[in-house]
Design a protein around this ligand. Sequence first.
Ligand SMILES: [Ca+2]
Length: 142
Amino acid sequence: MNTMTYNRIFALVLALVLIVSPAFAGSSECDTNAAPAGDAGICTVYLIDQGETDYYSTYVSPGSSTLFVNLDWFIPQQSLTLKIISPSGSTYANYHDSDLDGDVNAIIRAWISSPEAGTWHFQVYGEKVRETQDYAFGTTVS
Ligand SMILES: [Ca+2]
């Protein structure tokens, strides 16, 4: 097979992978997260650019035992940060990749025990993003 044909096939395969991958990324992340079950929100995939901030919020009802926050962006060479703000408005944390798990693995997972009741706010920040990065973000309250 000549180079032209090979390139064309490669481009086709790449296009297919790009079309299909967000769905796969979502479902596989869901399966491997080992998060408390029952929140479809954990699978949602978003996009972020350098210097951009995306805002999310989750309501935590009184008496909840755990607020689980999950951020995955798949490519450790890129840097996203996760800021968590409690319902009373104070900054609970501002995490970089390695802060919680000691690994630069494009995964930030936070478990907050006995979370304050009310609306928690989250800010995903594109600290070092070359081109647009997709990421999965979700929360689970139990
Ligand atoms: Ca990490």
